[in-house]
Write a protein of this length. Structure first.
Length: 352
């Protein structure tokens, strides 16, 4: 059985970034008692200057690290710096790129990690996976651990553009097809499938089904989306792999990111939601729930709206399985002929 650890704290409140010490309990050293590094990027420092200055003041023995490149070498170099300078706490402040780098550096240096997401655009805020740039390949996923604490300021998340929240919902939509693919791999290839991880991931998906036409930026919805994304991360931690959150729809997304980044630049959660509808059709299942969530929130999955042409759509599906060749998914047994994929493209153009 996979050994796992869960975060000590999950706080989602309005204005909580103004007083982080008050919500971090005994599981953490007292703010200021240990050397701390706050990891973020230049443009976020500009947007959240006052907030970042206050956090640095709260953690008095702290320094600021602005990331230049979100690649493996930079994460390892940061881990080395952390170890050599006896830093005991890493604070990741930002979106997926910053959080993944901070997460991997904290993992390698065996340092505690406090995750302060500024957007809810994907499940990286609580996942045990860091996606980093590598030589030769666009990006690669590296296993690490989930943060020790996740603190989310509802006001900060609200200030982000709508499409970031839509991408976060999209990353949750994909769990439906991911779970089917994981169970299929269990049946066809004997992969270990963890029922508890499946249950949590299913709950994350189901939580997006309720709440017809609700306000995207209401406090209640932001809390619910946070919980859904965190559940996705916990399911991965429990499973010891990304399988409860990532199936053939993610392979399509990886193909877009890795092979067609020059033609289109689709946000991760939008690309996975775009992949969920065809994946569900390949699986021979009723896509009604997926369509309902996509339409209810208005997730922009119409391929042409994201500059995904018919040709790119077809090729991305045909190349999807090769992006993670060790994974068994519905793509391992699906007709991916040009005719079928072109028809699906046109169907999606009409439907969404
Ligand atoms: Zn994802």
């Amino acid at each position: 059985m996979n050994r796992f650890r869960l975060p000590y704290h999950l706080v989602v409140e309005e204005g909580v970034f103004d007083d982080i010490p008050s919500v971090i309990g005994k599981a953490f050293p007292k703010p200021g008692a240990v050397k701390t590094i706050l990891v973020t990027e230049e443009n976020l420092k500009g947007i959240f200057e006052k907030t970042i200055d206050e956090i640095l003041r709260d953690f008095s023995q702290s320094e600021l690290h602005l990331i230049q490149k979100a690649d493996y070498d930079s994460a390892v170099a940061l881990a080395k710096y952390i170890t050599m300078n006896d830093i005991r706490l890493v604070i990741g402040f930002g979106g997926g790129t910053v959080l993944d780098l901070a997460k991997f550096a904290a993992y390698v240096s065996k340092t505690q990690l406090l995750s302060l997401p500024t957007t809810l655009s994907n499940d990286s805020l609580a996942s045990p996976v860091a996606v980093l740039g590598t030589e030769g390949k666009a990006r690669k996923s590296f296993r690490c651990t989930i943060p020790d604490a996740i603190v989310i300021d509802v006001n900060v998340v609200k200030s982000a553009p709508d499409r970031q929240l839509l991408a976060g919902i999209g990353d949750t939509v994909s769990k439906d097809t991911a779970l089917f693919d994981w169970k299929l791999a269990g049946k066809k290839r004997g992969d270990a499938v963890d029922d508890f991880a499946c249950m949590i991931s299913r709950m994350a998906f189901d939580s997006m089904l309720c709440g017809e036409g609700e306000q995207l930026k209401s406090r209640d919805f932001i809390i619910r989306l946070t919980h859904a994304l965190v559940m996705g991360g916990l399911a991965m931690e429990i499973a010891g792999s990304s399988r409860p959150s990532s199936g053939s729809e993610h392979l399509f997304c990886h193909a877009l990111e890795e092979d067609f980044s020059e033609e289109c630049n689709v946000p991760h959660g939008i690309a996975t939601a775009m992949g969920s509808y065809p994946a569900c059709i390949f699986q021979g299942r009723d896509p009604e729930k997926i369509i309902r969530i996509i339409k209810n929130y208005g997730i922009p999955v119409k391929p042409s709206s994201q500059k995904v042409s018919e040709e790119v759509f077809v090729k991305a599906w045909q190349q999807a399985a090769a992006t993670r060749a060790d994974r068994y998914t519905i793509l391992s047994e699906t007709d991916l002929s040009e005719n079928r994929l072109s028809a699906l493209y046109r169907e999606m153009e009409e439907m969404f």
